[in-house]
Write a protein of this length. Structure first.
Length: 368
């Protein structure tokens, strides 16, 4: 059987050996935004496991853009040096390309990590001022953000550009712009969080204006050979929230600006959301974005089964799939999925002794 999941894909000058991506996962363990030994182990194991691409956790472009005090950042020289140590390590020993997700948490900044309750920080916990399109909190008991003025928006755009330049120096192969999961860009896109009366609020076209401005500035600062993708929350799962049609329109505009893929996720903007969780539940929405915006898509969400992943790609619903918890559970997910699908993923040289085809006594004819 020839697997579509394990067929290569090219995004600009980056050739990925397969269509499995390790999804970004916040670790809440950085030291003043700097990666440390945990990140060597965490990303090192994934880069060995032969997904085509590993994307590191959502990384704040400014101190106030981080979710928690322990989140990663890419706005200081020390953070750049620390990130380079991890990327160099993964590239030296691993088999995967390495991308970074850049984000700004907006009104969801200044919180405790989810495992500690995920609520807004108090003054005693060194809370900081949060920013958003409108002065509307995420939840009634959360910090009320400052409604952004044009100067605040200019600073955010400049912070993204500066982080892009740092990401290039670090050596990342790809950047993912985080415009989903209820963070700042999603706050601009959603009518539930954006109630501005200027050119950046109101119609869907106005609401996407700032995310598109930031994307265009990032694209201009990132080498033409390197891919820049975007993660979106396609819908809010709340009455009156962002619609799939509006997301398709956003993806269409992103494509015109040189976006290399759109990752289709959903939700996390409003605690009232009702999400119909099921394996691969974002795939039909990714298919709509792919067909109607004509953009390369990736999808994510409860994909743990190799055959489901294969089916999503083979049926043309998406061009790539991302796995988060399945990768935590089994950092060698891609090796095992390839075996199940009758093919072979990449093995870094030191891992080749365990190749199934070299152990027919155990794997028999299942080997590719
Ligand atoms: C521990 C953890 C941290 C996460 N952090 C991020 C993040 O930094 N950026 C992001 O876009 N999504 C983040 N997510 C969401 C995942 O990338 C993914 O979209 C979600 O978990 C659904 O995929 P799964 O069912 O394969 O886990 C996180 C998920 C987990 C479990």
């Amino acid at each position: 059987m020839s697997s579509k999941l394990f067929s290569p894909i090219e995004l600009r000058g980056l050739k990925l050996s397969n269509r499995v991506v390790v999804s970004p996962m916040c670790q809440y363990i950085s030291d003043d935004g700097c990666s440390n030994d945990w990140h060597l182990m965490h990303y090192g194991q994934f880069s060995m496991g032969a997904a085509g691409l590993v994307i590191t956790e959502s990384t704040g472009v400014s101190p106030e853009g981080r979710i928690t005090h322990k989140c990663a950042g890419l706005y200081s020289d020390a953070q750049e040096v620390a990130a380079k140590r991890v990327v160099d390590f993964c590239k030296k020993f691993g088999a995967a390309a390495i991308g970074i997700q850049l984000g700004h948490a907006g009104r969801k900044a200044s919180t405790l990590p989810p495992a500690l309750g995920g609520r807004s920080l108090t003054r005693d916990e060194n809370a900081w001022t949060t920013f958003a399109p409108s002065a509307l909190p995420y939840a009634p008991d959360w910090q009320v953000p400052k409604a952004m003025e044009r100067s605040d928006m200019d600073k955010v755009r400049a912070d993204f550009v500066s982080a892009v330049q740092r990401a290039d120096r670090v050596g990342y192969d790809l950047i993912e712009f985080h415009a989903g999961h209820g963070y700042l860009m999603h706050q601009f896109l959603s009518p539930l969080a954006n109630q501005r009366s200027d050119d950046y609020g109101g119609s869907a076209g106005n609401r996407m204006r700032f995310p598109l401005e930031v994307f265009a500035a990032m694209r201009a600062a990132w080498p033409a050979t390197k891919p820049l993708g975007v993660r979106v929350s396609a819908v809010d799962w709340v009455e009156g929230g962002l619609t799939l049609e509006q997301t398709v329109a956003f993806a269409t505009e992103l494509k015109k600006l040189g976006c290399d893929y759109v990752d289709v996720s959903s939700g996390a903007l409003d605690p009232r959301q009702q999400v119909p969780f099921a394996p691969g539940y974002h795939a039909p929405m990714a298919a709509r974005v792919k067909q109607e915006a004509g953009v390369v898509t990736r999808t994510v969400g409860l994909i743990a089964d190799a055959r489901l992943a294969e089916q999503i790609i083979a049926s043309g619903q998406a061009d790539m799939i991302a796995i988060a918890r399945a990768a935590m559970w089994d950092p060698r997910w891609a090796w095992h999925a390839a075996l199940e699908l009758g093919t072979e993923a990449q093995y870094p040289i030191r891992a080749t002794p365990c190749l199934p085809k070299l152990r027919p006594q155990i794997f028999g004819t299942r080997t590719a």
